[in-house]
Ligand binder design. Structure first.
Ligand SMILES: *Cc1c(COP(=O)(O)O)cnc(C)c1O
Length: 232
């Protein structure tokens, strides 16, 4: 537990340092602690260190953990979402980061209406065009923005990406820079029902570079909780 606290302290100091350099307010940066594969006990204890937002990438894991994590925490679905699973998380998560099709958006809209809420979502882009990753390309993004504008129970609040893994995060700086450009371009277009507020990018290995390039939501797992054990 002590290690988790130290890790968090260090990450927060680094966020502060980048913000200081850029004249930004660290208060406008949301740190999402990625808790996938981490036991509920550990997650709950770590919440004492000021974590307000947690990220999970699997619907099943959210369903399993949800009743055991204390109230008042914002859950983020950061992984790929299948349409037939939207119903299981619609009343649980504060935000869905991985919208990448009209059909998924429509299902989220329909289920959100069913539980009487408006779901904040991010559109996931794959600017590095990696075949192994989900996400939209630019043409798809603009088509989706047009189609989504009419949905009443889902609101686009920004964009998300996962950069390719690189030993040296400088190699993926261009990905974050490109994302920021797209983010600003979409903002200027003033689409109906779209408010470009959040730019979710940056993980353990590259969050400082992502932050320097304009991220305001960081998703950090290993850097907080240590290496994941997928065998459990
Ligand atoms: C696992 C995961 C993260 C966190 O990765 P770390 O390298 O452990 O910080 C961030 N975003 C997504 C979408 C993930 O699946």
């Amino acid at each position: 537990m002590e290690t988790i606290k130290e890790n968090l302290d260090e990450i927060r100091q680094r966020i502060q340092a980048v913000c200081d350099k850029q004249g930004r307010d660290p208060g406008e940066v949301t740190l999402i602690a990625v808790t996938k594969t981490i036991d509920e006990d550990v997650v709950n204890q770590s919440l004492a260190f000021g974590i307000t937002d947690i990220g999970e990438n699997k619907v099943q894991e959210i369903e399993r953990k949800y009743p055991n994590i204390r109230d008042g925490i914002n859950w983020h679905l950061i992984g790929h979402l299948q349409r037939n699973k939207v119903k299981y998380i619609i009343d649980k998560v504060a935000m869905i980061h991985s919208v990448d099709s009209v059909r998924l958006a429509e299902e989220i809209d329909r289920r959100a209406e069913g539980v009487g809420r408006v779901m904040p979502v991010l559109l996931q882009l794959n600017v590095a065009r990696e075949e192994t990753k989900f996400g939209l390309d630019m043409a798809e993004l603009y088509a989706l923005l047009e189609d989504i504008a009419k949905l009443k129970h889902l609101k686009v609040r920004g964009l998300m990406t996962m950069a390719p893994f690189a030993e040296d995060p400088e190699e993926v700086r261009w990905v974050f820079r490109k994302m920021k450009e797209i983010f600003e371009a979409v903002k200027l277009k003033n689409f109906e029902n779209i408010s470009m507020q959040y730019l979710s990018m940056g993980m353990t290995n590259d969050y400082e570079v992502a932050l320097e390039e304009g991220a305001n939501m960081l998703r950090i797992g290993t850097g907080i909780y240590g290496a994941r054990d997928y065998s459990k």
